[in-house]
Design a binder for this molecule. Sequence first.
Ligand code: C2E
Ligand code: MG
Ligand code: MG
Ligand code: MG
Length: 277
Amino acid sequence: EAREKGQSGLSFHDAAKNAEVFQKLSLEAHLRRAVELEQFEVFYQPKVNVATDTIVGMEALVRWRHPEMGLVSPLEFIPLAEETGLILPIGETVLRQACMVAKRWQDEGLPPIRMAVNLSSAQFEQPDLYEMVLQVLDETGLAPEWLELELTESMLMGDAEAAVVILRRFKRAGIHISIDDFGTGYSSLSYLRRFPIDSLKIDRSFIRDVNVNADDAAIATSIILMGRSLKLRVVAEGVETKNQLAFLKVMQCDEAQGYLYSRPVPADEARKLLDRN
Ligand code: C2E
Ligand code: MG
Ligand code: MG
Ligand code: MG
């Protein structure tokens, strides 16, 4: 114990802990500043209809353009953004940009596509979330039928009764609801039926080895079949290979998304993908 203490009297553990806290504080300060400076960019990744091979949707994925660090992945800052509440202004910015872009593409005569935006649990717990979303649609002029919100199972299962109420409001407004990373959380299937949802996204972890792992293939197949019988659109995420796509075609999965088609790209590149569609 004594040997572990340095001259400062702090144990290595304390020092490491302090460094961690310091790093977090400094990241938080940077993140706060990034919100003020509007350093967030939205990239778009297509969702493709498996049967027709056409783009039917895009998913908005946020990136932080840091002056020194370059493009920072959402995996690195969304958790802290959630913890600090900064996800609220960030999430609203992403929603506004995504709706603006979708509306602009429609005005430019491109075939309309569904624009999907990820919601975090902190956003989902905001009592005025519904009003905020409708306000953004109103400001940008995007019709609600072209907006899809991606939520996770854990967000819905936390307070399932409250979730049903808000999802019904979105549904009545014409907004689509999708369950992201499906299969990784704990959804009760009976609740799943009560939620007015439109689509399920099979988590990437089941798609990765779908051609070689019989369990993953069984899970993916079950989700596709369940989706079909509940009349939900099923989307496979993380599709990287032709073999994975072939599996999804045979199983008649509705849509696929992944590097095989395109990585998430900036708006102007996404527009080019739509142009060729
Ligand atoms: P997600 O919503 O499940 O998004 C899918 C993630 O998988 C994206 O990572 C995407 O770039 C990546 N991906 C797509 N296709 C492939 C593939 O074929 N192979 C592999 N290996 N990866 C693929 P990204 O953009 O880093 O986002 C990570 C997560 O961060 C998202 O997972 C989402 O949960 C969250 N996120 C991103 N943008 C936002 C946002 O605006 N708001 C909120 N609340 N969360 C966001
Ligand atoms: Mg998503
Ligand atoms: Mg996902
Ligand atoms: Mg995911």
